[in-house]
Each structure stands twice: as C-alpha cells, then as structure tokens.
Design a protein around this ligand. Structure first.
Ligand code: F6R
Length: 612
C-alpha cells in the first residue's frame, strides 16, 4: 500500500525514480510525486493526482528537476482525499525537508494540534505532513538532523516506512521503518531505498532488508544503518533471485492474464523441489521433526484470497490430521480470543508477507506462546522473517492486484504440508499418499490443460458480462473455491457478487434468485457432486442461468443442468481446488475485459495492504 523509491547516486535521479514508481504503481495509484535535491541544496517537488502518467506528463511539460538524490511515491490514500496537495512528497513549511511515507501515523491529530498552536501552517489533510512538520520543528530546535529524526520517531505512533530529504544535506537521503516494508539496494550508479524489491530489479539484486526501528543514511557511495539507540549496525546483504523480466508483462495485455498463464510453471516450482524419491520433503522443516508434538489445534490466518486458501486448508488439514483446524480472518484474529499457547500451531498465509493484519496476528500468536509457520511468496518479507518457520511458494513476483498464481501456489503448498504432516503422524494410508505424490508430479500439466479452454471462458464471459449480480455456490472445499471466484469477479469487474454454501441458499438468499440471475455452481468436490446437482436444479427451477464447473467424470450429470459448463481434469479430491480455481480466474478476467475495466489496477484497491 503506497510505493516508495529513493535514490542517491551519480546520475540523474528523476528517470530512476519514475521507472521505480512505474514498477511500484500496483501498490497504490491515486497520486504520485517526486522530490529531488539539487546539488546546491534546493528541494524541487512535483506531485499530481492520478496515475503515474499524469506526473510524467507534468514533468515533461516543465523545466527538468535536476539532481542525483531524490525520493518518489505512489499513493493509496488513507488520510485526505486523493488530490495534488495530499499527494506525497510532503514538504515542511520552510521547504527544507521532504518526506514520503507508507503507513499510518495514529497520533497525528494530537501532534498536528500541538504544532498548530506553535504556528505551523499545514497544507494538506494527511497524517504524513505531520511527520515532516514535526521533523522541521525538532531540527530547528537542535540543529542536528539525526537527533531530530530520532525525536520524531519517539513521538509518532503507528506504522511507517519513510524516505526523507533535507536541503542542508543534498547528497543524502534518510530511510526509516516500523511495521511497513523498506529495503536498501546497492547498485553500480548509486544506492536505493524501496518499499518493494520489484522497484529495484532493473538496477540491482543486492539488497538489505531494514528491520523495525532502524534508520539508514544513504548516499551515492555509502549506506549506514543505525539502530534505535543510534549505534551502527552490520547488516547482511541478500541476493534476490527474481529477474527483471519476471516483473514485466512480456507481451500479455495484463499482468493478471500473464500470471494466470504462468500458473503451471509457478505450481511446478512450488511442488518439484519438495518431491524426492516418491516422498514429500520439506527441507525447511528438517530441524523440526516434532513440529506437531503437543499440538491440539491449528489456526490458518490470512486475509482476502489467502484466507480462502485457509478455508480450503481447514477442510483438508482437519481430515488429514484429525485435530480441529480453523481458518481465521487475520483482521479479526487478535480480537476474537483465539485459544493460543504451546498447543496451538498458527499458520499465516501471505503472498506479500507484509499484510499488516496478518503480521499483527503472527505477533499475537508468538507473544502468547504459539509456534508460527508461514506460507509466503516474497523472500525476506516481514512475515517470513518473524515466523518460526517459513515455506516459500516460489511463485515469482505477482504484480496484478488480484492474486492468481500466488493463490494456487499457496493452496498447493498448504495441501502438501497437510499430507506431509499426516504421513509423519502416520495418519494417511500408503496407497492414498502415493496417489497424491504421483498426482503432484503432474499437477502443473493438468493446470495447463485447463488453460487450453480460453475460448470457452471468453465466449461465456461475452454472454454474461452485462449481469449486475452473480452468485457463487458450492459445498465443502467448493464453497471455499466459490468465495475466491466471487472475490475475483467483484474486485476486477465491479459486479456485485456473493458466495454461498450451496445448502445455505434456501435459508434466505434464494429469494434473490429470479429469471436470468447468474449462478456459478462449483460441482468439483466429488463426495457432494450429487447434492450440488440438486442445488443447481433448485436455482434453475427459479429461472437462474447456471455456469457450472465440474470434472470430466461428472460432465453429463452437471452439464445437463447448466447453461454452460467448464470441465476440468479429475485429480485426487484434495488437489482438485488447484484446478477448480483456474476457470473462475479466467471467467472473471474476461468479464472485466468485456466491461472495459482497469484489470491490473482495480479502483480503490492496492497490492499489499500495510494498514489496518
Ligand atoms: C485478492 C487479493 C487479496 C490478498 C490479500 C492478502 O485478489 O489479492 O485479497 O489475497 O490482501 O494479501 P497477502 O497474501 O499479500 O497477505
């Protein structure tokens, strides 16, 4: 949520900042801005409401902002409507200091009031401006910039990643983080700060992850990282494996389509290294042979689509492990009195590894004595670093705001974990285990088969894209699939959609079904396909149009009741959701395409939700 880039180097900053912002735009896109320090120590700022293109045009139309040190920001508004004034960077009253910020300053009103009393004049409605005005206040008092930065950090409460420029030190930028991601990149032409590694891939793959409460001073040739007490820290440098092409569209119309089509390869990368000699192996858990010792329940904690993965996991892990498993929304978890402690294992699922609610759930679980295992895509992210164990999905960068390949890889990884633990606990028969392992080997090819039916999804979407309300129904793990299908549709096409457990519809909601209502019926979960057929008949007899998803085996039984049917290959019941979601993703994609929506950057959304 919000993207930050900063550069201090030996070449002009603006092109580098704009390139970085372009790669960060998926983190927020309601306004964008840059600030550059000229060599003689003058801060030049340009910021505009709207997409990055608006900023580019505005910059092209004026005298160039010259300088080799600068900060940039792309915004997802929290405090203050998206407009030119509320866009970042924010500048102090004297114009000496500029700040870009990701996160929320919770006590900004109180600080603002006290600064107003001291005569400070504010330009914007944002919490961020409070930081820069407070910094100026302390800087004026102490004449020491670093002391002023620490004073600010002592005073503000909330989550933040920040880049700071000061005209008295035009050769440097300062970076600070707490509960929001920020990393430092080391390049040939200079050094960088960024909220997300994708912003840096074109320049460097050598990075250092900043930890909470650290402060970095970055110049063209030097990076100094200090702790909260002002002591210098020796920090590890990491090499990023992703390459720049992985974060580019590569000829596809949208990142979302590219990422859907990448799923066979992404799932293969998740599965293959974890299969050896007919066994599922998790090297990451080798030192933890007793992971399940004393564990009497599991919480799967996540947000949005990752929570839907947790719902699938709930059905699967409960059956495999024979203990209660609960899927929890991370935003509710810490307020709902979970039964934590040594006997609870908490599994946090997160693509970005930075989602604030998931992070807060993780910390609560650890604080209360539970072990935390996380399933994460972004290496070195906060959730990955703070978990006791981390399993990476290795899906590659996901840029489209609506998740696809991260969802499928999370699902397959969680299911593999369940089967692996069941094997260790001797709770799965050898025959079933071998069957699952065999099918895992070929799962990516099966996804490839589902992707071959693009024309059918396109044609069906063309028929239904004008509907203004869509219901998804399914039972058991198909209910979880329906939740995901429904979310995909509503977030990118803006069509109202709800997902129901198919048996629940008649307890009220069926009153909304009328002639022409579109119902997407998931009839994939083999044990309940016949019951689903009855539910389809129920809505059909009230005039609904039904698009069904089912397996080859049930094509006739389900297809005969539906207006359209998407058929997927049959695999072991446990793995079926990994295939079942693919037609739902493409159906949503083509509907949104027909409606002319901005698919990769849906309104009001942003990738990686780092606010509560
Ligand atoms: C929907 C979507 C979101 C994320 C959710 C969690 O398409 O992408 O619902 O799944 O915001 O994000 P992560 O997985 O980064 O924690």
């Amino acid at each position: 949520m919000c993207g930050i880039i900063g550069f201090a180097g030996n070449t002009e900053a603006v092109p580098i900042l704009l390139d970085g912002l372009e790669r960060l735009e998926y983190r927020g896109y309601d306004s964008a801005g840059v600030a550059v320090a000229s060599p003689e120590g003058r801060l030049q700022v340009k910021k505009c409401k709207g997409r990055l293109g608006v900023l580019r045009e505005a910059l092209a139309a004026q005298k160039p902002l010259t300088g080799q040190v600068g900060i940039g920001h792309t915004r997802w508004a929290t405090h203050g409507e998206p407009n030119d004034v509320n866009a970042h960077p924010h500048v102090s009253q004297s114009g000496k200091l500029a700040v870009v910020h990701n996160g929320i300053i919770e006590n900004y009103m109180e600080i603002k009031q006290s600064l107003l009393h001291k005569g400070v004049v504010f330009a914007s409605d944002t919490d961020t401006e409070v930081i820069v005005q407070l910094l100026e206040y302390y800087y004026k008092k102490s004449s020491n910039l670093m002391d002023a930065v620490y004073e600010v950090l002592n005073r503000i409460k909330g989550a933040y990643a920040m880049g700071i420029l000061c005209s008295d030190f035009p050769e440097q930028l300062i970076a600070v983080r707490k509960d929001a991601p920020l990393l430092i990149g080391y390049g040939a032409d200079g050094n960088y700060i960024a909220s997300d590694v994708t912003a840096l891939l074109a320049h460097t793959r050598t990075v250092t992850y900043m930890e909470d409460d650290e402060v970095a001073v970055v110049t063209a040739d030097h990076v100094q990282i200090l702790g909260r007490d002002g002591c210098f820290l020796e920090k590890e440098k990491h090499q990023i494996q992703w390459d720049v092409s992985a974060a580019e569209k590569g000829g596809y119309a949208h990142f979302m389509l590219k990422e859907i089509m990448e799923q066979p390869e992404a799932v293969r990368r998740t599965i293959q290294p974890r299969l050896a000699d007919g066994e599922i192996v998790f090297e990451e858990l080798e030192d933890e042979r007793d992971l399940m010792k004393g564990i009497s329940r599991i919480y799967l904690v996540a947000c949005g689509s990752a929570y839907h993965v947790g719902m699938i996991g709930k059905y699967a892990l409960e059956r495999l492990l024979g203990i209660p498993v609960e899927a929890c929304l991370a935003s509710e978890f810490r307020y709902s009195g979970p039964l934590l402690g040594e006997s609870a294992l908490v599994i946090v699922i997160s693509q970005s590894g930075e989602t604030l609610d998931s992070m807060a759930a993780l910390r609560e679980a650890k604080r209360r004595g539970s072990k935390v295992l996380s399933i994460v895509n972004v290496m070195g992210s906060s959730i990955a670093r703070e978990s006791d164990h981390v399993l990476y999905t290795w899906a590659g960068p996901e840029i489209a705001v609506a998740t696809t390949k991260a969802y499928t890889t999370q699902t397959v990884l969680l299911l593999m974990l369940g089967v692996y633990l069941a094997r260790r606990l001797d709770r799965i028969g050898n025959g079933e285990y071998q069957e699952i392992v065999r099918e895992l080997h070929g799962l990516h090819e099966r996804i490839g088969m589902v992707l071959k039916n693009l024309e059918l999804y396109q044609k069906t979407a063309a028929r239904y894209f004008n509907h203004d309300s869509v219901f998804y129904i399914g039972r058991n793990q198909d209910y979880a699939l329906g939740m995901e299908g429904s979310l995909k549709l509503k977030e990118i096409s803006y069509i109202h959609s709800e997902s129901y457990a198919a048996g629940e519809l008649k307890h009220g909601t069926i009153s909304l079904i009328e002639p022409g209502t579109l119902v997407v019926a998931l009839a994939v979960y083999e044990p309940l396909v016949e019951k689903m057929r009855s539910n389809i008949v129920e809505v059909r007899s009230r005039g609904a149009e039904v698009v069904a998803v089912t397996t080859e085996e049930n094509r006739d039984m389900i297809g005969s009741q539906a207006s359209e049917v998407f058929v997927i290959p049959k695999v072991h019941t446990l793995l079926q959701p990994v295939l079942g979601v693919v037609p739902l993703q493409l159906f949503a994609y083509y509907i949104a395409l027909n409606r002319g929506c901005d698919i990769d950057k849906p309104r009001n959304l942003a990738k990686s939700v780092t606010v509560e």
